[in-house]
Write a protein that binds this ligand. Structure first.
Ligand code: 5GP
Length: 209
């Protein structure tokens, strides 16, 4: 039986450590790939176009929306972010574990379309003070940007119970171990995706001579 891939959706406030955890997951799970989103936000110094994101302008983003290029898209912190439909379909066909770093709006949309494939995790800090400290330490965003991100974080926290798992990134090692377990369970879950087909084959099987 040919299994399809699986989607591991990771959401949570900016600064909670999603990128660092994803980087480690990609190193440790050979079959895992990252869904590179398209965004209109400015590139940060440590980011690479085509690796972290596909950076684009609003005009091109709008054009892609019209062409139906996105599986989901959202306006987050005043910029546009979208998940490429083509990329996800390709990865699922290749039976990959696709890791998506998307916001709560994107997750809600994705759940409507691809629920069977999704394992979802909300990753956050132990409290807002810790989040603020991390955002300020990161120094990649201006003070106004940090304020905006903190405000959004409070709103996003209300969606926690829509996710299957909650991981608190207080100690990185512990949080990563939890995430690795969840990623493996997402990979195991995919064996159920083609269950109808499996049942048919199972019923038709002949005794080996
Ligand atoms: P950042 O600007 O810090 O990289 O990301 C800001 C927010 O946008 C994060 O919450 C991240 O999860 C979210 N995000 C990144 N890519 C996508 C996407 O393709 N779709 C949606 N809906 N959100 C995204």
């Amino acid at each position: 039986m040919k299994n399809k891939g699986a989607l591991l959706v990771i959401s949570g406030p900016s600064g909670a450590g999603k990128s660092s955890i994803i980087k480690e997951l990609l190193k440790q799970i050979p079959n895992a790939v990252f869904s590179i989103s398209t965004t209109t936000r400015n590139k940060r110094e440590d980011e690479v176009d085509g690796v972290n994101y596909h950076f684009t302008d609003e005009k091109s983003f709008q054009k892609e929306i019209e062409e139906g290029a996105f599986l989901e898209w959202a306006n987050v912190h005043g910029c546009f972010y979208g998940t490429s439909l083509k990329q996800i379909v390709k990865f699922l066909d290749e039976e990959k574990l696709v890791i998506l770093d998307i916001d709560v709006q994107g997750y809600m949309l994705l759940k409507k379309r691809l629920k069977r494939y999704i394992t979802s995790v909300f990753l956050t800090t132990k409290n807002i003070e810790e989040l603020k400290a991390r955002l300020l330490l990161r120094q990649s965003d201006s003070k106004t940007e940090v304020k905006k991100r903190l405000k959004n974080a409070i709103a996003e926290m209300n969606y926690i119970n829509r996710y299957k798992y909650l991981v608190i990134n207080d100690d990185f090692k512990t949080a990563f171990a939890q995430m690795l377990n969840i990623a493996h369970s997402a990979l195991n879950k995919r064996s159920l995706i083609d269950s109808d087909k499996f049942i048919q084959t199972w019923k038709r099987a002949k005794k080996a001579k």
